[in-house]
Ligand binder design. Structure first.
Ligand code: AMP
Length: 191
């Protein structure tokens, strides 16, 4: 399997790059944010618990996210690989992902850390706010999400940085340019 972790600040383009990766490599896209928004739309108990946290820009507890992730992995073991988008967001989640995958003799093949400068992130998120309908794409919540990212999620990059799986990708220019960098990294692994 080709298992890709794609991480980066809110607005860094994880979802957009994941969509292109799905099209090109036929991988199963797992976005924990999308899964949570699906639960909210269904009005499930899990969704109701998550909604208040998401709307305030806080993370949903690891136990909830880890359980949700495990069910999706189990249901898609016939996939060519997974793209984990927005997961792991804490070091505990990163450890959990390694444990989960190793139970199926699988591992994270590559970790892509998408880098975008702060002003551009804010600009992209505020633009997205015009069309996304997301309650968390307003300036106060965006600022809080960026703080949570800095304090809790950035250490996830350090978790992978010590290994050859870690790669930084620059997304300060265009979607195409960012994808070209990713494509080159994947081509290197497939050699
Ligand atoms: P995203 O669509 O990835 O930006 O996620 C939207 C929101 O869902 C986040 O701000 C969190 O509140 C929640 N969320 C998504 N993924 C996770 C995760 N792996 N751990 C905790 N909370 C998450």
């Amino acid at each position: 399997m080709l298992n890709i972790v794609i991480t980066g600040a809110p607005g860094s383009g994880k979802g957009t790059q994941s969509d292109i990766l799905v099209e090109k490599y036929g991988l199963k896209h797992i976005s924990t944010g999308d899964l949570l928004r699906g639960e909210i739309a269904k009005g499930s108990e899990l969704g109701m618990k998550a909604k208040t946290l998401i709307d305030a820009g806080n993370l949903v507890p690891d136990e909830i996210i880890n359980g949700m992730l495990e069910s999706v992995i189990k249901a898609n073991l016939d996939a060519k690989g997974f793209i984990f988008d927005g997961y792991p967001r804490t070091v505990d989640q990163a450890k959990n992902l390694d444990t989960l995958l190793s139970a199926y003799n699988e591992k994270v093949t590559i970790m892509l850390n998408i880098d975008v400068n702060h002003d551009l992130l804010i600009e992209r998120l505020l633009n997205r706010d015009k069309t996304s309908g997301r309650a968390d794409d307003n300036i106060e919540t965006i600022n809080h999400r960026l703080e949570v990212y800095q304090s809790v999620t950035l250490p996830v990059a350090y978790y992978y940085r010590g290994t050859d799986r870690y790669h930084a990708v620059n997304n300060n220019t265009t979607i195409d340019d960012c994808f070209k960098q990713i494509e080159a990294l994947i081509a290197e692994i497939k050699k």
